[in-house]
Design a protein around this ligand. Structure first.
Ligand code: HEC
Length: 203
């Protein structure tokens, strides 16, 4: 075989290998929400690397504003999985499979000479929501991973609709998500359909 042909064959093989390699690396990314059976969610890995959409302190829809006011307020830090964020940027809708994580931390307020303000302190819990119409009648499932004494559970079963979904259905502005409190999403969502415009009814 003349050298030039051999060189061609070798480079041809390399090209095929590179294409195969590209195909492998462009295979569908792992979904953010991994279920065991129909409605048990595994605690998502690496949610602190998701897109951080906002943080709030003491937001509540409790009818009695004094309820729970003796306890220190918790920070709520909210993240969305990066694939869903990318879709939301393009379509202004949360795609099927969207996962959102809300990590809770305790707060501590300093009023000392030379140091004032409120900071986040210890991790105190984790709540997750997942959009999946094939699993949840109202479109979204809600999961509580907070365990006893600051621990987190490895898996969580979907909560009953009246425990979580109902409040999100009533008060959240964009498809059961509280975009009104997340400037990062609100900036995208201003023209997205609101929860009330949607067909989803109480299951
Ligand atoms: C009485 C109203 C209410 C109930 C009940 C409720 N939530 Fe929420 N949830 C909120 C509000 C308000 C926010 C906005 C963020 C915040 O709290 O700072 C929120 C935000 C979230 C988020 C962040 C994504 C989003 O949808 O905005 C998750 C995840 C979440 N809640 C999970 C749960 C889970 C799990 C339960 C049930 C165990 C639950 N929620 C019950 C009011 C509620």
């Amino acid at each position: 075989m003349p050298i030039s042909t051999r060189a061609f064959t070798v480079s041809g093989c390399l090209a095929v290998l590179m294409v195969l390699g590209l195909q492998t690396s462009s295979a569908a990314p792992k979904p953010a929400a991994v279920f065991s059976g129909k409605d048990v969610l595994m605690r998502p890995d690496g949610y602190r690397q998701w897109v951080f959409v906002g943080s709030s302190l003491g937001i509540s829809y409790a009818r009695d504003p004094e309820a729970g006011s003796t306890r220190p307020m918790l920070f709520h830090n909210v993240y969305i999985d990066p694939q869903a964020y990318g879709e939301f940027l393009k379509t202004k809708r949360f795609p099927e499979g969207t996962a959102m994580a809300m990590e809770l931390t305790t707060s501590e307020t300093k009023k000392e000479p030379g140091l004032q303000g409120t900071q986040q302190n210890e991790f105190a819990g984790l709540e997750v929501s997942v959009k999946d119409r094939t699993r949840f009648d109202g479109g979204w499932g809600y999961f509580l991973f907070t365990g006893p004494a600051g621990t987190l559970r490895d898996r969580a079963k979907a909560q009953a609709p009246e425990t979580c979904w109902a409040c999100h259905h009533e008060h959240a502005v964009t498809d059961h998500v509280f975009t009104q409190f997340y400037p990062v999403l609100r900036a995208v969502a201003t023209s997205a359909p609101s929860t009330r415009d949607r067909q989803a009814e109480r299951p």
